[in-house]
Design a protein around this ligand. Structure first.
Ligand SMILES: C[S@@+](CC[C@H](N)C(=O)[O-])C[C@H]1O[C@@H](n2cnc3c(N)ncnc32)[C@H](O)[C@@H]1O
Length: 137
């Protein structure tokens, strides 16, 4: 089973509360976000966002330029279902982070528990290069 199939299988067979990483409210991530004074127009991306509720908080706070990237289209589908109409405020990208070709620069790059699934040197090298190019200095 390749990576994409693996994660689609996870999101097809387990409810959100059945996965070990579930958080009803992503407290640590939001505390980290709060260390910065980002304008509502900031470009914010959640890498390997899955169906995390981080995006819900971003929408609630009024951020206008939000991206969620995940290798699993099923995860994205679930997040969209949860958000309903509000999902339209988000740019969704179903792709492997190591193949991501960003068309703009981000002010805030969030990754909770996705990077550590990259286990080969090649994957890690690609991730670091992509993020270095895509994050505003
Ligand atoms: C442990 S979950 C964490 C999900 C979410 N960040 C959270 O905090 O609830 C890891 C996530 O990374 C995604 N993922 C794993 N490898 C990936 C890759 N190479 N590219 C993009 N997403 C990936 C999975 O589909 C999954 O949603």
């Amino acid at each position: 089973m390749d990576l994409k199939d693996h994660w689609n299988n996870v999101y097809s067979t387990k409810a959100e509360t059945e996965v070990s990483w579930f958080q009803n409210y992503p407290k640590t991530s939001i505390e980290f976000l709060d260390l910065f004074t980002l304008p509502l127009s900031a470009n914010i991306i959640d890498i390997g966002g899955g169906d995390s509720h981080f995006v819900d908080v971003l929408i609630d706070r009024g951020y206008e330029n939000i991206w969620v990237l995940d290798i699993s289209a099923k995860a994205i589908e679930r997040a969209k279902e949860r958000l309903g109409e509000r999902a339209n405020k988000v740019n969704w990208i179903a792709c492997d982070i190591t193949e991501f070709k960003p068309e703009l620069k981000f002010d805030f790059w969030h990754d909770r528990a996705a990077f550590h699934f990259l286990t080969t040197e090649e994957q890690i090298y690609k991730y670091v290069n992509i993020s270095e190019d895509a994050i505003k200095s």
